[in-house]
Design a protein around this ligand. Structure first.
Ligand code: ZN
Length: 246
């Protein structure tokens, strides 16, 4: 089965469209969405509707989705994130709010080999940044391959008898072969608000039959997403950070 893996879309319709153009329907069989469809960006309804039209095999909620649909408070958010969450709350259509409210928490098991979560398999809101976090997450994962998001940083952690290997994509398409007997934790990076210093939208394609994971980047019209953020009256820093990829 070939999966298109999307996470942290953050209401950035321009980035999502560029990803879907770079990965046309013929290139995958199923779609997995690891949460944070909304928050920060200016088109929450557009992104939710585009995701719904993809008919993903699984969509889980992120922390921004929970706040935007009223399931959680914004008290843990910084000021800018809180402003954006409140803006999103008012912008959502009732139907899309209900859609977010109904999204399941991670982890969700997809196959005997594969599961997905937003933050970590032991806590949907926890961040997996470094090797120590990754070891905890690998211990908690119920499947040999666990896909996650939340940090907006693309990375693959692989634990085998030889220890833990960390692969950070270098900007070009990065292909990782999945070896039997190794446990993997993979973050494709963020579609809508990359934070690794590369402004391009990030996503991944997983081919579990070929045991291959491809991490990709695609250019999108950042300035159009920025214009939409400013036109919506959202904080200007949310526009400038898109160009910096931070
Ligand atoms: Zn996020």
């Amino acid at each position: 089965m070939r999966y298109l893996v999307l996470t942290d879309l953050h209401a950035n319709r321009h980035a999502l469209e560029a990803v879907l153009e770079a990965a046309p329907p013929a290139s995958y069989d199923r779609v997995l969405v690891l949460g944070d469809l909304v928050g920060y960006g200016a088109d929450p309804n557009g992104v939710i509707e585009r995701v719904r039209a993809l008919d993903p095999v699984a969509v889980i909620r992120g922390n921004h989705d929970k706040v935007a649909c009223g399931l959680d408070s914004a008290e843990d958010f910084n000021t800018v994130a809180r402003i954006a969450a409140l803006w999103t709350m008012h912008a959502l259509t009732p139907d899309n709010r209900e859609y977010l409210q109904a999204l399941p928490a991670g982890p969700q098991r997809i196959t005997d080999e594969l599961e997905i979560c937003h933050g970590a398999p032991f806590d949907e809101d926890a961040y997996v940044f470094d090797a120590a976090d990754a070891m905890d997450a690998l211990d908690a994962a119920g499947r040999p391959l666990c896909l996650f998001g939340h940090t907006h940083l693309p990375v693959v952690f692989a634990r085998s008898g030889r220890g833990l290997a960390v692969t950070v994509p270098d900007g070009d398409d990065t292909v990782v072969g999945l070896e039997p007997g190794t446990r993997y934790l993979m973050n494709p990076g963020s579609v809508g608000q990359p934070r690794d210093g590369d402004s391009r939208a990030a996503f991944a394609l997983l081919d579990d039959g070929a045991r291959q994971l491809t991490m990709r980047r695609v250019v999108y019209p950042v300035e159009r997403a920025q214009e939409a953020i400013l036109a919506a009256g959202l904080p200007a820093s949310l526009a400038s950070r898109l160009a910096a990829g931070r």
